[in-house]
Design a protein around this ligand. Sequence first.
Ligand SMILES: [Zn+2]
Length: 327
Amino acid sequence: MSLDLHFPGLLGQDRVKRQLRAEAANNRLAHAYLLVGAKGSGRFRLALNLFTALNCQRREEGLSPCLQCPSCQRAAKLQHENLLILAPSQEQASAQIKVDALRAALRTLAFPPLGQGARFILIREAEQLNPAGGNALLKSLEEPPANNFIMLCAQDPAALLPTLVSRCRRLNLQPLAPEVMLQALREKGCSRIPARIALSGGSLGQALAMDPEQMEEKLGHLLRQLFKADTLNDLWGLAEEVAANFQGERRDRQGLVSFLDLLAQYYRDAAVARAGRPEMALLGQAAHDISLARALDNFNWVRCCQNQILTNAQPELALTVLMKRLL
Ligand SMILES: [Zn+2]
């Protein structure tokens, strides 16, 4: 059955939308997708949109989802009988997805979905599947029964079993353009919009969820500690303290890199202030008195450190080297 898919209320991601629209129209949807993008980039909403469309009771009458019928409304509340969502527990960012819950969800595949719709097993933060979970999923990915879909959302596919990745059709979500973000954040009446855009890496969800004032407090704390440090041992201790904030069951390298964005913006602000353009500053934090050359160098060192952390350098070491250079 072909489907005239649309994406009401979803911003950006034109390429992915075009692809899904064409696949839905030609009845060529894959039974497993891997949606890759930053947290808050819309992976979950995109998957939910497809689910809602495939289950919409008016899907044969025109553009789907209609968002009005009982099925669409249940989907919007995440209370749809065909929608099974698995996610790590909210309280602990690094918690794993429970294997028992995954196995229970996979057992439902033995029965056809309810109504004329499609069942989705939707896994948020698929990196948090442990190897047992990944292996349980692999079997179902081989050939799920008709009208069952498995959707994996991930930020870092390299953290997934390669065999999982190879069995899913991949959709890469892109960061939103600043002007699209600006418009959306204005409509929501957000404060500190330039800082939100600069620090969210094109992820609307992150821009909406962030608390710029609290982030600046954290930055202020880090800087005060940094300027107080006398010895390399002090710096190492500070590096350990920073890294420990991003260490749960596994290391949240992306979270640490996002935190360092704040430090990069601080030196960027110092640079634009020294260059006579203080109106371009993004943070409320007043940049301490350093030269333009030093601000540019420091900005660059932060970016280097972020790259090192993303390419698996030991965070404590990379942070200590960074802080030594900043002083
Ligand atoms: Zn509907």
